[in-house]
Design a protein around this ligand. Sequence first.
Ligand code: 5AD
Ligand code: SF4
Length: 457
Amino acid sequence: MNFDAANIRRLRPLTGDGLQLYIETYGCQMNVNDSEVVLSILQNEGYRYTEDIAAADVILVNTCSIRDNAEQRIWGRLNEFKAYKKKKRSLMVGVIGCMAERLREQLIERERLVDVVAGPDAYRDLPRLLRQAREGARSVNVLLSQEETYAEITPVRTDKNGVSAFISIMRGCNNMCSYCVVPYTRGAERSRDPETILAEARDLFAAGYREVTLLGQNVNSYRWQSERGTTDFAGLLEAVAGIDPLLRVRFSTSHPKDLGDDVLEAMARHSNICRAIHLPAQSGSTRMLELMNRKYTREWYLERIAAIRRILPDCAISTDLIAGFCTETEEDHRQTLSLMEEVGYEFAFMFKYSERPNTKAARHWTDDVPDAVKTARLTQIIELQNELSLRSNRRDVGKVFEVLVEGESKRRSDQLFGRTSQNKVVVFDRGDRRVGDYVRVRIADCTSATLTGEAVE
Ligand code: 5AD
Ligand code: SF4
């Protein structure tokens, strides 16, 4: 029997019916991967992916709640979609992800901007929700789950290069940092079956991908138990690295309290596990860390840095930092600056504290650092980080790195760019090299953001 698309449709009507689907994604890498899962679910239902918003019958916005400015931007976008809705009466707009979870009522009520609302654990229900919306009913599902990991769904890759892909290995978060909305929007932590993770990584490698990034809010607490025994993060990492030496493995994010030597030693055993660890400190002041409920002190954090330096001498370290958390003094702030100096981060994501409703910090403390002070402190942090990144890059000049090529340089078509194991961007002359190749490059020059060099044999 010939199971072509038409036949399958006659057996089971697909709810998508060829409708054009456009997805816009905000927030973290996890959200990027979630959009790929959503795409997979909806393509299976007959929706067709489009990158042209004007052609869309359905616009989904995968949203982020981590800071107020992220949410404000998305409200702005939803208002812009009103114009599209005027032009095409049948257009459906859906909000998915973290804001869906946090703001379901406002989303549905405010000026009928939104037809469908689906939280991070409700994506399998999207075909039904969209069908209801097509019939005129506004549809909401924001139920969080203890089990959902979308384990067997193969994400439809939306990256442009075909070289590096994300794999979610767990969902949710149990850490309850006092400033953070994630445990509320994404629910409790749960790990994904390692067999499905390995299968996904193998398929990606076979399809030509050369780098996978294992994603979770706190990958170090990954844990899977079955009759075959327990897999922890170090074990998972080694299993993925074992697929092929040509497959690079990265991971994000590590919580300092859970980053054990076992993971560092696993990295040391496999040169294809990239020499880059993202270890968010948030603050350099132990008093702040306690208020943030981070469960480590400055000293503990520095001891973990020492362990990385000892076991992986060539490892890059990056961080997240928050300026102006509740009650932060000039002295606390100076401690953050001194921690940055002491670690010498390669890279950092730096933010002003943004109070999030219902978090522990919002419930217990006043957001009492004036915005101008937050801005001034953040500026100092950013300036110092630029200096640290530049210093680190200067140390690389003259050295040779293996670069995985990701694409053509934005500035010049005769140049390619890629990344070192340390996750630094390198630009070099193309020659006969192609995207997906590993190229040894000698670094000749740098800025605080980029290395430039020449390929060597
Ligand atoms: N305000 C500012 N930054 C925040 N982050 C998380 N919550 C907040 C908040 N309320 C930052 C942290 C985290 C990163 C993903 O976002 O640094 O590591
Ligand atoms: Fe990702 Fe957190 Fe933003 Fe949700 S709130 S999208 S988990 S960064």
